[in-house]
Structure formats: structure tokens, C-alpha cells
Design a protein around this ligand. Sequence first.
Ligand code: ZN
Ligand code: ZN
Ligand code: ZN
Length: 216
Amino acid sequence: MTNGKIIVFSKDQKSKERLDNLINSSNDLVSEEPRRNNPIILLKGVPKEIDRSQIPTVIRNYNKDIESAYDSEDAITVLYLKNNRKQHLVNVGIKVSPAIRKIILGTYNGSISLGFSLVHAEDALPIVQCTHCLGFGHTKAKCPKEEDPQCLHCPGQHLKENCPVKDRKVECCNCAHRPGTSSKQPDDIGHSPTSKKCPIYKATLTKTINKTNYGY
Ligand SMILES: [Zn+2]
Ligand SMILES: [Zn+2]
Ligand SMILES: [Zn+2]
């Protein structure tokens, strides 16, 4: 293409990821997605008795404007569930079309009805971190890595409870594993892989925000 970009079609997700890694580890190439992703909205305090698979339908049924903006089957998809401080509630990350995001945050001013209860809704961080490999962009359920879990405390592969170097300072596995890190960021692996200060987290967040279609 005229702007110095080329389009590459990969035969499947795995080979695409391999290619992405290869491209991103070189200094003068970057890979980017052709289509922007839908934004993620966090619903805080959804009653647990609503089944995960029923959440999009319940939202449609109780919120007229969302129902009229529902233009495709995947206008709302459930991405993840997270614990809420209250036992009977759960926080839910949903991917929504830019039009539905606008209705939730604008028209409905950040609260939607789920029948009996009004639920608070806000922009979620668009970044998803896997609790198994601690990589970004997928959940544990879709993790491509089958080996032992990545330790939260050191670059090794084991549960944090079984970490043999628990008494040493925390080291970020993502920064420690990145090729070339040692010469570029010699002192910068002394943080948790879930820390907002992690340079890889920050770079991934910026990249993800740029790739997210907020509708403006
Ligand atoms: Zn993973
Ligand atoms: Zn460890
Ligand atoms: Zn890091």
C-alpha cells in the first residue's frame, strides 16, 4: 500500500500470532489489526442468578434504546465475569457496538436496567490480561499456552503459592521474557506483571486504545 503498509493474510490465529510476534520484535516494523475492536463496558453488580449466556438478552429486554440499536447478533457479547464485593453480585465485562456504548453512557447516563435492579455501567479498561499466562489480549479460557501457569512473582512457570523465590523481590515475567529487554531496560523488571507501571502493560494499553472504536 502507498503509506508503507502491507496487508498479510494468515491462515489461522496461531500463525498470525507467530507473525505478529516476529514483526513486533523487529525494530522497524509494527503489526496492526485492519479492523478496530468494539469497546468494553463494565457492569458493576449484576445479580448472579442471571446466567452469563442470558445477559445480552436481559439487557435488550429491559432497555428499549439498546434494543432498537441492536443491529447484529454480536452487538453485545459477554467477555468476562469478575468478583463483586457482594457475594450475590458479579461484575461483568461486555463488548458492545459503539452505538450501544453511546446509549449506555450518554442516554442512560451510565446505568441500565436488568429488570429488578439498575446496574452501574462504565468504560472498562479495554485491555484483558490472561490469568494463566499473564499475557494480554485474551482470557484464561482462550489461552493458547498449555504449560503450567505463569508465576505472578517471578518469570518461572508455577503457581505463585509454590514460588521457590518468594522471598526475593518481584520480577515481571513479561518484561523478563521480552527479547532485547536486558539491553534496553536493564533495571525495569522489578514490578508485578499486573502492575499499571509495567512498560509492556502501558504500551499494550496505548495500542489497544488506538485500536478500539469508541465511535468518535
Ligand atoms: Zn494466556
Ligand atoms: Zn515464581
Ligand atoms: Zn513488566
